[in-house]
Design a protein around this ligand. Structure first.
Ligand code: ADP
Ligand code: MG
Length: 693
């Protein structure tokens, strides 16, 4: 009843706000609300900022205007009956001839026989597809219909099966229609002028429905600047608060016991590890908050550094919490820490979504009475029911996977605990400082001695049989292998291999000799765990996977990594994937299978074969990627931002940081009307509740 009244008032414009729930829209009922929520869309603002991840050029072009392999829309008259022919295993092709001016070309759609009904002999039609210059043929992606629209670009959104692209576009149009006058100009006028930014209202529209490439570029500039500015402000306020708050607690650890612990380790710390341990310990001891980022390549030994910090906390009799993004990773850490700490009578516990109720109850009690020294877990750790006796140290692994909110919620459970963020996506130091606001940064830029570097090669897809033979030779020596594919299932994009297909192919190839498993993001957590477990136990020797494997999987017996369509990934991601092998004492291999079309793609493949140092790779990445390609794919190492990319939009990030630093110290920021929208935006994300009041 109450909510109905509220909605009626909202509809009558009296108190419309961009933060209204999506249900205020006429065609959003309960079902659609739930479907939108799955995409993280709750408010009108969420909806309006769920930007397309890609645009398709639907402006009709002539065949002499386009290049080989370019995606474009062609319009012509259907001059042959469409025929569907079958080939291979369950495959079919729908083809017909299309007359464009004086030329006749062939159009083919693969595995979409149902499109036949849309193609009528003698009628005019527009097809979006990929042009093959040599064959004078178009590999169809979409039938755009007979009428050419006034727009040149069609937006493509990340959605689920429950909401179709068309529906989504309509929802956004409806939301814009009703709320365009309530879109706040978050970036203050002065900055808007200084950086020549278009209005937010214009930008939001053009992000969805650009009428030209230039307009899309301007919309993107505005959006990125706002996003970076809000983020930097949040970071700076956090930082300011930490600096001025009542002194943080000093973790007064026992240096003698700590040294003893380090001596019991089965190896000597690298110089880089020693340096960062010193940096962290100094922070712990100081009565201020540690707010430090620990970055280092996969395998550089961050975990042991974290363990040393935890042990320091133990000797100071405070508790520690380690939060990781996935259950697999949590369990792995549990094993590592338990074996490290068992002899020392340090009590470690694991808390995840699948912890049984009874065990959970017990763990919560022991956390509260201080029996547990270290709790390892997933998001489950930030629930209200989780309370500590004395939480002194919070560590988050793969920090970029968590929102600032989640990290903060965990820290709030202690009285000013020290916080360490770990990330295996090394980025150049200068960039890190800017990207993470005013965090302190520790870098492990060297690998433990004696590691056999991973040997990386690049091969073309036509040599795939050879690749499989090579993999088999490794399997014959008792090792295991990963095969990574960019997608789960067939997509419109014909030349991208998908995990399901590759899985079938490899199962057939290795039949009777080796077991092949399949892992992808649309599987349930339990299914994923089962597959991972069989791989860990070596019941499965070859694991075909999408990039879900990326975060923190550790199977030292896996020595070979094959990455299919490797040019579809950015350097950072390739590097992450490659880091899944080379974790044992056997020689490891990474095979990039790719047919890159662009210079940059070729360059990326080459660089990957030349170095395994993540810091060098990230510097190269910085060099290679110029200003962001508006219509290209977004590949970001740090998915903190919806649109902005800290590498290619570095200039904007730096500008935003400078402006934020000034604003945070300005007397007028908290009172002046011109900053009201910006204040609300920062507050809305609830990072600093209380900061402004
Ligand atoms: P990261 O978390 O940075 O990916 P880990 O901490 O998991 O890396 O370390 C990878 C492996 O290297 C582990 O098996 C660990 O025991 C080992 N290791 C860590 N530091 C050293 C060192 N200084 N010398 C030899 N091996 C080390
Ligand atoms: Mg790690």
């Amino acid at each position: 009843m109450y909510s109905q009244m509220l909605e009626a008032r909202i509809r009558s414009n009296k108190m419309k706000s961009i933060y209204d729930p999506v249900t205020v829209l006429a065609n959003v009922g309960e079902k659609r609300q739930a479907a939108l929520a799955e995409l993280g869309i709750v408010t009108i603002e969420d909806l309006l900022t769920h930007f397309p991840f890609r645009y398709e050029d639907i402006q009709v072009k002539g065949i002499y205007e386009i290049e080989d392999q370019e995606k474009a829309s062609l319009k012509g008259e259907v001059v042959s009956e469409p025929v569907v022919s079958r080939f291979g295993y369950k495959k079919n092709r729908l083809s017909f001839r299309l007359k464009i001016d004086r030329d006749v070309i062939t159009v083919s759609f693969f595995n979409q026989p149902y499109l036949k009904k849309n193609i009528v002999l003698g009628e005019e039609i527009t097809i979006y597809g990929k042009w093959d210059e040599k064959r004078k043929s178009l590999a169809g992606i979409k039938v755009l219909g007979a009428s050419s629209s006034s727009q040149d670009y069609s937006s493509v959104y990340h959605t689920t099966k429950k909401i179709k692209q068309k529906t989504f576009v309509n929802l956004i149009k409806a939301a814009y229609q009703e709320y365009q006058d309530f879109i706040p100009e978050t970036v203050p006028e002065a900055l808007r002028e200084k950086y020549r930014l278009i209005s937010r209202k214009e930008a939001v529209y053009a992000m969805h429905f650009p009428s030209s490439e230039e307009q899309a570029r301007q919309a993107r500039r505005e959006t990125i600047f706002e996003e970076f500015l809000v983020y930097q402000l949040k970071m700076q306020f956090l930082r300011k608060k930490q600096k001025t708050a009542n002194a943080g607690v000093s973790v007064d650890y026992d240096i003698a016991r700590l040294k003893q612990f380090i001596q019991t380790l089965p190896f000597e710390l690298t110089t880089a590890q020693k340096r960062v341990v010193n940096e962290i310990c100094a922070d712990l001891k100081k009565p201020v908050h540690m707010h430090r980022l620990l970055q280092g390549d996969v395998g550089s030994g961050k975990t042991i550094v974290a363990a040393i910090a935890v042990y320091a906390a133990v000797t100071a009799q405070v508790q520690s919490a380690l939060m990781v993004p996935t259950e697999i990773l949590a369990e792995q850490h549990m094993e590592t820490f338990a074996s490290l700490f068992d002899p020392l009578e340090v009590k470690v516990a694991l808390l995840t979504g699948s912890t049984k109720a009874k065990e959970r109850k017990e763990i919560l009690a022991q956390l509260k009475n201080g029996e547990i020294d270290l709790i390892i877990g997933t998001h489950a750790l930030i629930q209200d029911t989780v309370q500590f006796a004395d939480l002194g140290l919070v560590i988050t692994d793969e920090q970029h996977r968590f929102g600032v909110n989640q990290r903060k919620t965990l820290s709030d459970k202690g009285t000013e605990p020290d916080v360490l963020f770990m990330t295996a996506t090394p980025i150049p130091r200068t960039l890190a400082i800017t990207a993470y606001g005013e965090m302190d940064v520790s870098s492990i830029d060297e690998m433990p001695a004696g590691r056999i570097p991973i040997e990386t090669t690049w091969t073309r897809p036509k040599n795939f049989e050879h690749t499989l033979e090579f993999v088999e030779r490794q399997l014959n020596q008792g090792s295991q292998a990963y095969v990574i594919c960019p997608l789960i299932e067939k997509s419109e994009n014909l030349d991208v291999k998908n995990a399901t297909d590759i899985y079938k192919r490899l199962t057939a190839y290795y039949q009777g000799r080796y077991q092949v498993g399949l892992l992808h993001g649309q599987m349930k957590a339990e299914e994923k765990d089962t597959v991972m477990e069989t791989f860990k136990q070596n019941e499965v020797q070859v694991l075909v996977s999408t990039t879900v494997i990326e975060v923190g999987v550790n199977v030292p017996n896996a020595t070979t990594m094959v990455i299919y369509d490797a040019d579809r990934f950015g350097l950072a991601q390739l590097h992450q994937l490659r880091g899944r092998v080379g974790r044992g004492n056997k020689a490891s291999y990474c095979i990039l299978v790719a047919n890159p079309k662009s210079e940059a793609g070729i360059e990326r493949m080459k660089i990957m074969t030349e170095t395994t140092n993540g810091f060098i790779l990230s510097e190269k990445d910085l060099e290679l990627r110029g200003p962001g390609d508006v219509f290209g794919h977004k590949q970001s190492g740090t998915p903190d931002f919806k649109v902005g990319d800290i590498v290619s939009d570095f200039g904007a990030l730096e500008a935003a940081r400078e402006e934020a630093a000034e604003l945070v110290h300005s007397e007028h920021f908290l009172s002046d009307h011109q900053y009201a929208a910006l204040r609300e935006k920062v507050n809305q994300e609830q990072i600093e509740t209380g900061t402004f009041s």
